[in-house]
Design a binder for this molecule. Structure first.
Ligand SMILES: NC(=O)c1ccc[n+]([C@@H]2O[C@H](COP(=O)([O-])OP(=O)(O)OC[C@H]3O[C@@H](n4cnc5c(N)ncnc54)[C@H](O)[C@@H]3O)[C@@H](O)[C@H]2O)c1
Length: 309
């Protein structure tokens, strides 16, 4: 028996921009199918790779198990359509993961117009997009009397208020383009939304929780460290010479190996490591599954000890 046997799952932002390496959403899609999900809807704005991802999963798990639907989560109409198509295809939705998100923003010290522009952009995806997904996902659950689970993706930056990521010993800023004020506001908002929605939807038996990852080796992270975001698509590997990941890795003190992908995980010189997507996917699937049937309104921080100190 898989944890998600017979369940229908929707994950937003679930394509990886670098084939061969997962993002958090694509890893969750894989994990959901491995745990027996009857159908998984992959939704993203990266249509070419999304269609290819669904095709490869249908070859692996059987025709009809995965479906790609173009969805820009900024647009409520797109999100409404995503759940209409899910209903038409699979009849209902049991679990939703509002995962689509972006990280890079303009430095707070810079020209206010540019700061505000980047705030609006982040807000449109990380806050509005999550809200749209929770709204239309829960409506479909209520319509069919589904006692479902909604997982919102926040971050450790939904727990702490760091404006920049710095080396705690030297004070050096570790990623110039990772200006976290706009991101932090949104990711804290997602935690608040999950608590309020957990109470709002409790009478329907719908649970709402967040996952709050530390730094996970994904294409998003590579985009944050690459000076030119346009270079991302050309990269065939997550590794980038432009950046020394060891200091970032050291912010997560835990010294162990992930159960999978130990070969790609950056490690600190003197201990600690970053996480890999499957380490978020498995807890997310736990929250989607009936194994967490009494868990709601909670945040599950998955960070190798980053926020423990
Ligand atoms: N990687 C990390 O270290 C980390 C840490 C904490 C939280 N998170 C959060 O996890 C989530 C996934 O991050 P990731 O690292 O896998 O990112 P990623 O960039 O690898 O994947 C995100 C996906 O979202 C899609 N997307 C972007 N804008 C979209 C839009 N408007 N509509 C629909 N899809 C859109 C992208 O095409 C991409 O496929 C994000 O919410 C991010 O903030 C990531």
């Amino acid at each position: 028996m898989g944890k998600l046997n017979d369940k229908v799952v929707v994950v937003t932002g679930s394509v990886s921009a670098i084939p061969g390496y997962d993002s958090i959403g694509s890893a969750t899609v894989r994990e959901a199918l491995a745990e027996g999900a009857a159908g998984v809807v992959i939704s993203d704005i990266n249509d070419e790779l999304g269609e290819a991802f669904a095709k490869s999963l249908n070859e692996q798990y059987g025709t009809g198990r995965a479906l790609y639907v173009h969805t820009d989560v900024r647009d409520p109409k797109d999100v409404e359509k995503l759940f209409d198509i899910t209903e038409k295809t699979y009849g209902r939705v049991d679990a939703v993961m509002a995962n689509a998100g972006v990280a890079t923003a303009e430095d707070f010290d810079k020209d206010p117009e540019a700061v505000l522009k980047s705030r609006k952009f982040i807000q449109s995806i990380n806050e509005d997009g999550v809200f749209h997904t929770a709204l239309y996902g829960s409506r479909l659950m209520i319509k069919h009397g589904t006692k479902g689970s909604i997982v919102l993706v926040s971050s450790i930056h939904g727990v702490v208020g760091r404006p920049k990521v710095v080396n705690p010993d030297t004070g050096d800023v570790l990623i110039d383009r990772f200006n976290l004020i706009q991101y932090t506001m949104g990711k804290h908002g997602v935690v608040g939304l999950s608590k309020a929605l957990a109470l709002q939807l409790a009478e329907y038996g719908i649970r709402v929780n967040t996952v709050n990852p530390g730094y996970i080796m994904t294409p998003l992270f590579q985009a944050a460290v690459n000076a030119d975001k346009g270079e991302l698509a050309k990269e065939k590997t997550l590794a980038t010479d432009a950046f020394d990941f060891t200091q970032l890795a050291a912010l997560h003190p835990l010294c162990n190996d992930p159960v999978e992908q130990a070969d790609i995980v950056p490690r600190g010189k003197f201990g600690g490591r970053m996480g890999v997507p499957v380490e978020i996917a498995k807890p997310a699937v736990f929250l989607m599954s009936d194994e967490s049937s009494f868990v709601t309104g909670q945040k599950l921080v998955i960070d190798g000890g980053y926020t423990a100190g």
